[in-house]
Design a protein around this ligand. Structure first.
Ligand code: PRP
Ligand code: URA
Length: 212
């Protein structure tokens, strides 16, 4: 894959360890869901390192000092339904004040084209750093559409976090939205003829919600 300035692969031994567990077809729903959440926390730590901050005064037992904290009302998390929901709590663990919007998209199983069925976003989302989350970035169609929907509603600072990505999907998003930073924990080999990522982990939504 060509090198893109807006693509970041968050490779860390702990992330690799957790990836190995969720790839395993014998991992049950409970553990799968827990690890998706933990991976989202680990990825959020790194991908929000430029989070907006503000200075406040803090009184220690000894004196008053100026300290830096995360800026109020500066972050929104937008999961792509359904599977993106599994990542929200992991990010809220680090940014409990973040607002959460929802975009509903599903892939047509034949054409692999995304279809929109829901969109509800926090007020003033255009002023926030928006993190779109979806564990799987396959053809990239869902992520490209979700980001376009956010841009239409005025969002200017958008990031995307996906746990497992196929090179073709990353390239599609990077080309369509070069202003969006894309954070993934691994670039897998390719897609199969049904649009599933190989080696991947199967259908993330089904594995999070136990629907198959
Ligand atoms: C999966 C996944 C992404 C999308 C990725 O969702 O969670 O949203 O496919 O594929 P793409 O990059 O080719 O668009 P799916 O459509 O299976 O819906 P679900 O989350 O409701 O299971
Ligand atoms: N969506 C999934 O849940 N898994 C894939 O491998 C591709 C798309």
């Amino acid at each position: 894959m060509q090198k893109y300035n807006n693509v970041f692969i968050l490779d860390h031994p702990l992330i690799r360890h957790k990836l190995a567990i969720i790839r395993d077809k014998n991992t049950d729903t409970k553990q799968f869901r827990e690890i998706i959440k933990e991976l989202a926390t680990l990825m959020a730590y790194e991908s929000f390192k430029d989070v907006p901050t503000q200075e406040i005064e803090v009184e220690t037992p000894l004196e008053i000092t100026k300290q830096t904290v995360v800026k109020e009302n500066s972050i929104a998390i937008v999961p792509i339904l359904r599977a993106g929901l599994g990542m929200v709590d992991g990010i809220l663990a680090l940014f409990p004040a973040a607002k959460v919007g929802h975009i509903g998209l599903y892939r047509d199983e034949e054409t692999l084209e995304p279809h929109e069925y829901y969109c509800k976003l926090p007020s003033n989302i255009e002023d926030k750093v928006v993190m779109v989350v979806d564990p799987m970035l396959a053809t990239g169609g869902s992520a490209v559409d979700a980001i376009s929907m956010l841009k239409k509603r005025g969002c200017k600072r958008i990031k995307l976090m996906s746990i497992i990505a196929a090179p073709v999907g990353v390239e599609k998003v990077a080309k369509a939205h070069p202003d969006v930073e894309i954070f993934v924990s691994t670039l897998d080999r390719c897609l199969n003829d049904k649009g599933y990522i190989l080696p991947g982990l199967g259908d993330a939504g089904d594995r999070i919600f136990g629907t198959k």
